[in-house]
Ligand binder design. Sequence first.
Ligand SMILES: *Cc1c(COP(=O)(O)O)cnc(C)c1O
Length: 383
Amino acid sequence: MSWQTRIEEAVDARKQAAAFRVRQSNAGGSARWLTQGEQRWLNFSGNDYLGLSQNPKVITAWQKGAARFGVGSGGSGHVTGYSDIHAEFEQQLADWQGYPRALLFISGFAANQAILAALLQASDRVLADKLSHASLLEAAAYAPSQLRRFQHNQSDSLQRLLEKPVAGDTLVVTEGVFSMDGDTAPLKTLHQLVQAHSAWLLVDDAHGVGVLGEQGRGSCWHQGVKPELLVVTFGKAFGCSGAAVLCDEATAQYLLQFARHLIYSTAMPAAQVCALQASLRCIQHGDDLRDKLMGNIARFRAGVAGLPYPLTASATAIQPLIVGENQPTLDLAQQLRARGVWVSAIRPPTVPQGSARLRITLTAAHRSEDIDFLLESLHGCSH
Ligand SMILES: *Cc1c(COP(=O)(O)O)cnc(C)c1O
């Protein structure tokens, strides 16, 4: 088969399955609104959980950083791209999370790929929660090691896999808050099991950090667990982009030698690091934002009863409505859009077959009346 035929057939198959993806551009947006021309929609699709992408302190920090350092870092961190500001921020992250070291990456996707690729050898195995993010599952699938997936949040399923012998080492992978479900992993139980089998635990807390725990330290701190590897990302509650891995000194030294995404990629701009420092301060002092977000979550969950969709186990900013089939999910998203509410329809393969959903996300930037409008709109749709 030629490249051309393969490509066309794959795209056609997506269209047949009502799973064809199109990007919708918008003229601009915030955690609360999306606009296009004269129109605007309440935004319940983003991951800017605290509204920090529009925070004046963060914006000013980026502007001042750009004036001082320019806009690009000029090279890999291993050459000239690593500045005093990068070092300072890594130390701030490490202190905040209570780890010896933090290493910055340009994205969460890159961090996960880099860590798994650098660590795993053919004799090793990865045991990953079935619903782990694509960046983790793909990295594990491409690595020379074995990949086994355990039932979502089921420690007994993990235990059965851990009890099977392995020649090399075992890395267990999960998320603090699951990106498409909003539920949280039983980190304490998982980590005890992992430790009992001399394995390591990697927790990707993309959706927990900033939102949960004292000073917004995230799911692990909230549950009193310190995994060997913690990945935090800056594209969600930090309102910016980038990521970091928290680890011990030896692992940091190792990653600096072998993590190819660190070595062969241009470092994050110093100006962006300045913005992230401002974001971190907002998060550390952000109890009012977290209270506001939790209030919005409670308001939504109270009002959603009566809709023909199950209330999920989520107590976080991600509040999915599981519709089931693809086409009805798209129709519902379309009806909401006509009413002025922007919600994403998420379909397989991003989520399991038959569990297409509206991925509703709430933020601290939403007002109570926004939540009420969302609920009214949902109740007003035909289901
Ligand atoms: C968003 C996300 C990532 C990717 O992070 P980026 O910084 O956007 O590349 C990784 N893991 C999880 C769980 C995520 O939700």
